[in-house]
Design a protein around this ligand. Structure first.
Ligand code: PMP
Length: 360
């Protein structure tokens, strides 16, 4: 067997231990005589898996009791619509902070449901920073404030929670949830697609303060109403059972590592190795302001034009794959989520150094 170091932005690399456990349990989960994939979602075996996943998520993130945890489908993209549909209540406006490609999509979808006030934007510098919260122009009439707390494409991360007063703060944490401790109580809604740091694609996690549930207008589709999912314990219809199970194995792996405080230290160390090397040479450049750089997605460019294709091909020969930057920004991007071992980052830096030596 030979596994590569997979720097994909998502679906992304998973902990090898988790894949091995899934393999071992594939045909017969804990003596049930069947795979988790084959189980009824209403049977006691799967119910026990789902309950454990929720308990572990609550423990890892220290989620307060007045928050619901939902296991949904439809990706973070569905949340772009569900958030306004559910949170506007009798209001007609919402604040959005525009920091890159994913907040752009969230804004475009919200505009179908309400007036969007772009409270701040980093478009002036090509989405390479987080506008300082003191400069945000929030609309007092807004129902909520939406941020994309890690822009997966641009590699821009919020390293502190903005103070938005009493208005619910909503965060798309798709690409950094579980990479660091989060003060959940500061948010109204947190949502994330699982396929980066949590598990396979197909599962979407929503953490919602319970008083925000039940505000959707009558006539909304049942599946689009948070209330439906809170009341049914995410079992209104068939949930993505196998994705939930794998996410559960990832959560147990995280707990064995020492939880979010421990993984944050590792993530800081990993990202520093890469950024320090990039900053030490003129051959590579990271366009993002140092204080807003993502620990999860590290975009970089080669200063000299025309070398990207060669870089990517040579990297692949070294077992370093999926380093191509998103088509909207070009260059390279290394996504180094929780499951990416530190040796992978060291190997990448060694390769980058070697490539520089032969081309710089
Ligand atoms: N938000 C962010 C920050 C993302 O990175 C992504 C996926 N790359 C999405 C939203 C969309 O997620 P999905 O494909 O799960 O709908």
């Amino acid at each position: 067997m030979s596994r590569v170091f997979n720097f994909s932005a998502g679906p992304a690399t998973l902990p090898e231990e988790v894949l091995q456990q899934a393999r071992d349990e594939m045909l017969d989960w804990h003596g049930a005589g069947m795979s988790v994939m084959e189980m009824s979602h209403r049977g006691k075996e799967f119910i026990s898996i789902a309950e454990q996943v929720e308990a572990d998520l609550r423990e890892l993130l220290a989620i307060p009791g007045n928050y619901g945890v939902l296991f949904l489908q439809g990706g973070a993209t569905s949340q772009f619509a569900m958030v306004p549909q559910n949170l506007l209540g009798d209001k007609v406006c919402a604040d959005y902070v525009y920091t890159g490609q994913w907040s752009k999509k969230a804004i475009a979808e919200a505009q179908k449901f309400c007036r969007v006030n772009v409270a701040a934007s980093s478009e002036d510098r090509d989405f390479t920073y987080v506008p300082r919260p003191e400069t945000w122009r929030l609309d007092p009439a807004s129902a909520y404030v939406h941020i994309t707390s890690n822009e997966t494409i641009g590699g821009v991360e919020f390293h502190s929670v903005p103070d938005v007063g009493d208005v619910p703060l909503v965060a798309d944490m798709s690409s950094h949830l579980l990479s660091r401790p989060v003060d959940v109580g500061r948010y109204g809604v947190i949502y994330a697609g699982a396929q980066k740091n949590i598990g396979p694609a197909g599962l979407t996690i929503v953490i919602i303060r319970k008083d925000l549930v039940g505000r959707a207008p009558t006539g909304i589709a049942s599946m689009a109403d948070y209330k439906t999912h809170v009341e049914s314990g995410s079992m209104y219809n068939t949930p993505p059972t196998y994705a939930i199970y794998i996410a559960g194995l990832v959560l147990q792996w995280l707990k064995r590592l020492g939880g979010l405080v421990a993984i944050e230290k590792i993530n800081i160390a990993k990202s520093q190795i890469l950024y320090q090397y990039i900053d030490s040479t003129n051959f590579y450049q990271c366009p993002v302001s140092p204080e807003d750089r993502s620990r999860m997605n590290v975009p970089f460019r080669i200063s000299e034009d025309g070398l990207d294709t060669q870089f990517l091909a040579r990297a692949k020969q070294h077992g370093l794959v999926q380093l191509k930057g998103h088509r909207s920004v070009g260059g390279m991007r290394a996504s180094i989520y929780n499951a990416m071992p530190i040796e992978a980052v060291r190997t990448l830096v060694e390769f980058m150094r070697e490539f520089e030596r032969s081309h710089g």
